[in-house]
Design a protein around this ligand. Structure first.
Ligand code: MF3
Ligand code: CO
Length: 290
């Protein structure tokens, strides 16, 4: 951290003197770092103005997911979902963040059954009775990024797949309860992992969540294998996703090397994921998008 005088303006942009704003906060961070904890740097802490902009982006993201949820059903193609997402996002003034991101060819990720994530919409993929699908929507609005995803059960879904979808949602809810200022990312990860494994499932290790807001993917990386009181310290103003991928079978995955994107379970068993965006507040957390 750069040296800053007590009477200098605070680094957070509030206009107050450092000694009347984040000085005590920085001392607390430094003490945690001295005690061996991983601490966030200032770039991970959003200003009130940035939080406002990110919330507006989130509102569009949630509206687009609502739009999809009202229309998704057996017989449509994942290309239809892509078109809905593109049209509704742009109608609301946003830009779909996945489009052209690292060469991703579509506006949304659609991942069915044993597809873990990053499925590419296609006019050849028709949704059918019994499918479970993750629709992962991300939006840029006035330069601010948002990112959240939901699972949908198409028609009559088997009891075991429906249970997977519900348990993963519970994992996110239990993880969320562990998000608080001066807590640790590992508190959240442990809650997610324990609930998934208690139910006989496995958590994907290689792919995780991320800071988000000023960029699509920011630090910190957010995993769901962890232990209480470990991992990065959480402080007010941090925004990140909770988006565990949980497999019915083993945790191994692979990437389809023909399209370079779609991630599958190695054993061919189903996988499910829900993704929320959460803000660490002074007294707990606030969900910005789901
Ligand atoms: N939305 C995904 C996430 O949750 C990222 C997708 S990257 C893309 O982080 F290029 F595939 F869109
Ligand atoms: Co994400």
């Amino acid at each position: 951290m750069k040296k800053i005088g007590r009477n200098d303006p605070c680094w957070c942009g509030c206009g107050k003197k450092y000694k009347h704003c984040h000085e005590a906060f920085d001392l607390k961070l430094a003490a945690a770092a001295d005690a061996g904890h991983i601490v966030p740097d200032h770039s991970m802490i959003k200003t009130p103005e940035q939080i406002q902009g990110i919330k507006e982006s989130c509102r569009i993201n949630v509206a687009v997911l609502d739009y999809v949820s009202e229309r998704i059903k057996a017989g449509i193609t994942t290309e239809d979902i892509d078109r809905w997402v593109y049209e509704e996002t742009t109608r609301l003034g946003g830009i779909p963040a996945p489009l052209n991101y690292d060469g991703f060819p579509k506006s949304v990720c659609t991942s069915i059954d044993d597809q873990v994530c990053h499925g590419i919409p296609s006019d050849k993929v028709v949704l059918k009775d019994g499918d479970i699908i993750n629709v992962d929507v991300s939006t840029i609005y006035h330069g601010y990024f948002s990112d959240s995803s939901r699972m949908f059960c198409i028609g009559e879904v088997s009891e075991e797949k429906r249970r997977l979808v519900n348990v993963v949602k519970e994992c996110v809810e239990l993880g969320l309860k562990e998000v608080r200022p001066w807590g640790y990312l590992g508190d959240m990860a442990q809650a997610v992992q324990q609930h998934a494994e208690k139910n006989g499932y496995s958590v994907v290790r290689e792919i995780g969540g991320h800071g988000v807001g000023l960029e699509f993917h920011e630090d910190p990386w957010v995993g769901y294998i962890g232990k209480k009181n470990t991992g990065m310290l959480l402080v007010p103003g941090m925004i990140f996703t909770i988006e565990p991928m949980v497999n019915m079978g083993g945790s191994d995955i692979f990437v389809n090397d023909e399209d370079g994107w779609t991630v599958y379970t190695s054993d061919g068993k189903p996988s499910a994921q829900w993704e929320i965006m959460v803000l660490v507040t002074e007294d707990g957390n606030e969900v910005l998008a789901w």
